[in-house]
Design a protein around this ligand. Structure first.
Ligand code: ASP
Length: 398
């Protein structure tokens, strides 16, 4: 029998659709397929630290001049912040227009354990690892990024003596990249299992009372993609939005089912290099940073949810309070880890900032996984969008 090769993205798509059907039918039996999803997630996570570290060292070394690194860094940060701010505005506008929390009866006795928000000083000090190996073991992304950048630049400064180190990491980065391709071969099954598990846990009955928040977040994410990213791609990269969306869809889907920017990162890097043609130099720097600090979907979600909570408690938020949300949600999204549910923890920070009841977060908690899928997708697609803009501004032909 001749074997026809179905493209991977179709296989993943089929896994996704079958997963929804299976999740709706399997009920408790979903526990038998769930381990396949967990295994896929673990395989992706296994890649993150070695892939990011090695390719970042090589990326920093290939940029070489610290001034060039600074220029690329500044451009990246600018676009990350700008797209995040626009996302929150979209979230706030939708929250005002759709009024998702109006008419919702608030249950008494909601409890939510808020975590204390870290201070700016500790966030900044935390950028530097006191032990880089420990940072790697703990998966402290920002610390890993900072150390890899230092190492790459220093290797260039060390000239001949530093060269073997760069080629060692180059070899490691390519090997990890190949390994990502191998892990992706099981993606259709992993996606199937992960989505089946989510659907069986969050059936329609759980979601129905919150339909408006869910719709607001999903519509907002669609607008961010179809209007904001699409026009940025057309303006700065001079390519069609379809080219971009097609190029990044595997990563978007992986983010959707894993609900983790960090776990999707190997796929994002691969899509950006192979489908969008962005250089290793740019992807290795811009994407790990994005998976750690750029969370447009999360920011948008915080805008919608802050208004949702205010409306649900019958409180009204004026312009000043909404501006405050814009500021805190931008900062909160930078501090949000790229792991499932992190945005919900940061939502408490935003609620506190505008004086809303923290228990409001408990209202959202029940449906958070479903919101997390859309926002994480947008988080990683936003990273790739900025990577494309930066690459093109550095003269790369995409
Ligand atoms: N799950 C999101 C991410 O990994 C973060 C969040 O919870 O908003 O990008």
């Amino acid at each position: 029998m001749s074997e026809k090769k179905i493209p991977l993205i179709w296989q993943i798509g089929i896994g996704f659709v079958l997963g929804i059907v299976a999740g709706a039918m399997l009920g408790d039996k979903v526990q038998y397929v769930e381990p396949v999803g967990s295994a896929f997630l673990k395989l992706l996570k296994m890649l993150i630290v070695p892939l990011v570290f090695s390719s970042l060292v090589v990326g920093a070394a290939s940029i070489g001049d610290p001034r060039d690194l600074g220029r690329i860094g500044l451009k990246t940060l600018f676009f990350y912040l700008a797209t995040t701010a626009v996302a929150i505005v979209i979230g706030l506008v939708l929250g005002n227009l759709m009024q998702p929390g109006v008419g919702l009866a608030i249950g008494e006795g909601l409890k939510f354990e808020a975590k204390e928000a870290p201070s700016i000083k500790s966030v900044l000090l935390n950028l530097f690892p006191d032990n880089p190996l420990k940072a790697a073991v703990d998966g402290q992304m920002l610390q890993i990024i900072v150390f890899a950048l230092f190492l790459g630049v220093s290797a260039v400064l060390a000239k001949d003596k530093g060269a073997p180190l760069v080629s060692f990491f180059d070899s490691m980065a390519e090997t990890m990249y190949k390994l990502t391709g191998i892990v992706m071969m099981v993606a259709p099954y992993g996606v199937f299992a992960l989505i089946a598990d989510t659907v069986s846990k969050y059936g329609l009955s759980v979601l129905a009372p919150f339909a408006k928040v869910i719709i607001a977040v999903y519509v907002g994410c669609a607008l961010q993609l179809l209007i904001v990213y699409s026009s940025l791609i057309m303006t700065f990269v001079k390519r069609s939005p379809l080219w971009f969306i097609k190029g990044i869809r595997e990563a978007g889907l992986t983010a959707f089912v894993t609900r983790s920017s960090a776990a999707a990162l190997p796929v994002t890097i691969r899509n950006a290099r192979e489908n969008l043609g962005i250089s290793e130099k740019v992807t290795s720097f811009v994407l790990p940073l994005g998976a750690t600090i750029n969370m447009d979907g999360t920011a948008l979600y915080q805008g919608v949810c802050a208004l949702f909570v205010a409306q649900a408690y019958g409180l009204s938020l004026g312009m000043g309070a909404q501006l405050n949300i814009l500021l805190t949600a931008t900062l909160a999204s930078i501090g949000t880890a790229g792991v499932p549910g992190a945005g919900l923890i940061m939502l408490t920070l935003v609620l506190t900032a505008v004086g809303l009841p923290l228990e409001g977060a408990a209202l959202v908690a029940g449906i958070d996984a479903v919101l997390d899928m859309a926002r994480t997708s947008i988080n990683v697609i936003g990273d790739a969008c900025v990577a494309a803009i930066v690459a093109s501004s550095e003269g790369e032909k995409l």
